[in-house]
Design a binder for this molecule. Structure first.
Ligand SMILES: *[C@@H]1O[C@H](CO)[C@@H](O)[C@H](O)[C@H]1NC(C)=O
Ligand SMILES: *[C@@H]1O[C@H](CO)[C@@H](O)[C@H](O)[C@H]1NC(C)=O
Ligand SMILES: *[C@@H]1O[C@H](CO)[C@@H](O)[C@H](O)[C@H]1NC(C)=O
Ligand SMILES: *[C@@H]1O[C@H](CO)[C@@H](O)[C@H](O)[C@H]1NC(C)=O
Length: 533
């Protein structure tokens, strides 16, 4: 007798039964009321769930702590969690019962991760990822953290980063810091997560926190946002305080939200903007840009209508010629037009080659400014193993192995240490950047009456950085390796309201973000620990 092929007779009956069971389950799934899913929930969804008693801030915090416990050993987006997070969540739950909801901020009870260069005066360390600052005691919360606490946010933990916000070494990989190791891109573990706010992007992308803060000096919010399919807002210089942030240069440093949606990022922005006596000059100057009633009213579905968007092909798009990125953007341009935007194509940005060369002066100025700014930050600490850039360099040489000094070096530190203040060369570098900005971006925007410049990825970051201009990165697609890329809308100082309308309009018309497939499990709170990874 011939043996039957394995899928006939008995096995086929099993398959039939399985098929029927699957059908019944699907049907039950369709009939049951949708369970509340924390993963991918927006701050708005979470507030609604709080008010409807479907969720407490404590449960939400436990959910993220559990997820960090399971996913972070692989992804390394979080350096440490806050031992007081549960306590803060309980307090938020009590406050919610006592107060009518109209009086609570959109971030009340919402767990947020902070890049590890943003100071918190609590049980957490603030180290910029380096062992050199472990055990240091900061004088006070960073200005943005004080605002988050007042808003009732739960400080969930510190996000990893490219060490020292990528200003120790030009050789180190992005997403690496000594305290946390190599952060991973959750969309493709062998891909670059980009930096320096790598952990902030990785963590919200993989649902290890509701929202996060990053910092940018030149690309550090926009690039990881692009590479991890999240929304990043790099605000106008001074709109958000740099007080209590481990600095690179006050001339360019900014703090901004990194979140899964434009709306979430805008809710975070609304909480963190404003004057801070510890960053008085810049925050006072930029306060004039803050609209009455905040930014959330610019979340308009028809936000693209009538907006003039500029396109500079060389170098921003030419750099992507022959890649799927360029093809995706052709389709995005059509979408933008369909949504009512006017595209002004084939523009030129004056001196763009100089802006992207050493001749711009950015590197020269930054090096001298970093030494002064870091030394001041270190001097102001209450307790610290290191009190100057020279101390940090010596620390690294003493802890070569832990800090991987032989592998990655500390060339940017050494160059900065060799500078001697703001001399004529630095002043001239600053004047040059002002000229490049005036003749370049400002002229381009004004002459063409543009609302924003549209660019792929984060390549435009230097243009925005040297002029103190804002930009928003929104998910725009995935390349052949599954690695995300973003679209960036950049504008003149204080143009956040317009950029938010544009970014939200684009996001709502495209909805490109999807969670990394590695994470597609544990959709609901009632599902216990499982083997995601
Ligand atoms: C901060 O660092 C110290 C080591 O100096 C460590 O004992 C402590 O657990 C860290 N704090 C957190 C919240 O991880
Ligand atoms: C200013 O300092 C830089 C190092 O930051 C140095 O290269 C340059 O030669 C100095 N310029 C003058 C005019 O002393
Ligand atoms: C374009 O690509 C070149 C070569 O890889 C690179 O040097 C340059 O910085 C890129 N320009 C921008 C704006 O990304
Ligand atoms: C991840 O990227 C690598 C290239 O860096 C590629 O070979 C691999 O196929 C990608 N993995 C996935 C799942 O797309």
């Amino acid at each position: 007798m011939a043996t039957e092929p394995p899928f006939a007779s008995y096995p086929s009956r099993v398959l039939l039964v399985l098929f029927a069971v699957a059908l019944i389950m699907l049907r039950i799934d369709a009939l049951a009321p949708p369970a509340f899913s924390i993963e991918e929930a927006s701050a708005h969804d979470l507030q609604l769930a709080f008010r409807q008693n479907k969720l407490t801030s404590r449960q939400l915090t436990e959910f993220y702590l559990d997820r960090i416990g399971r996913l972070n050993p692989l992804l390394r987006g979080v350096i440490e969690v806050n031992p007081d997070a549960r306590h803060q969540a309980d307090r938020a739950d009590r406050e919610r019962k006592a107060k009518p909801h109209g009086l609570l901020s959109a971030l009340h009870g919402i767990p947020i991760l902070l890049k590890d260069n943003i100071a918190t005066k609590d049980k957490m360390n603030t180290t910029a990822g380096s062992f050199a600052l472990l055990g240091s005691v900061v004088p006070r919360d960073a200005g943005v953290v004080a605002r988050l606490r007042r808003a009732g946010a739960v400080l969930l933990g510190k996000a990893s980063l490219s060490e020292w916000a990528y200003y120790r070494s030009s050789r180190g990989p992005s997403g690496w810091c000594a305290r946390s190791g190599q952060g991973k891109n959750p969309y493709n573990l062998s891909a670059d997560p980009c930096g320096s706010s790598s952990g902030s992007a990785i963590s919200v992308a993989a649902n290890m926190g509701a929202v996060s803060l990053g910092t940018e000096t030149d690309g550090s919010i926009l690039c990881p946002s692009s590479f991890n399919s999240v929304v990043g807002i790099k605000p106008t210089l001074g709109l958000t305080s740099r007080g209590g942030v481990v600095p690179i240069t006050p001339r360019q440093d900014t703090v901004g939200p990194m979140c899964r949606t434009v709306a979430d990022a805008v809710h975070v922005l609304d909480v963190i903007v404003g004057f801070d006596p510890y960053d008085a000059k810049a925050t006072r100057e930029a306060s004039k840009y803050i609209p009455r009633g905040g930014y959330k009213r610019f979340l308009k579905a028809d936000g693209l209508k009538g907006k003039r968007l500029g396109i500079v092909r060389n170098p921003f798009f030419d750099n992507y010629s022959g890649t799927p990125v360029l093809k995706a953007f052709d389709s995005h341009f059509n979408t933008l037009r369909k949504q009512g935007a006017v595209l002004v194509d084939h523009l030129e940005l004056a001196n763009v080659n100089e802006i992207y060369s050493d001749a711009s002066g950015e590197g020269v100025a930054m090096s001298a400014e970093f030494k002064l700014a870091l030394n001041k930050y270190l001097r102001d600490l209450v307790v610290s193993p290191v009190r100057s850039l020279a101390d940090v360099i010596a620390f690294n040489n003493k802890h070569k192995h832990a800090e991987k000094i032989d592998e990655y070096g500390q060339d940017l530190f050494l160059a900065a240490q060799a500078t001697s203040g703001i001399n004529e060369t630095v002043k001239s570098a600053r004047r040059n950047m002002d000229r490049l900005t005036r003749d370049g971006f400002e002229k381009l925007m004004r002459q063409n009456k543009l609302d924003a410049l549209v660019t792929p990825g984060s390549a435009v970051s230097t243009v925005l950085a040297i002029g103190g201009f804002p930009g928003i990165s929104v998910p725009a697609g995935y390349d052949k390796d599954g690695v995300p890329f973003g679209i960036c809308f950049g504008g003149l100082r204080g143009s956040e309201p317009t950029l938010i309308e544009i970014a939200y309009g684009f996001e709502q018309a495209t909805k490109i973000r999807r969670p990394p497939s590695l994470m597609q499990c544990d959709r609901h709170l009632d599902v216990g620990p499982s083997s995601c990874v």
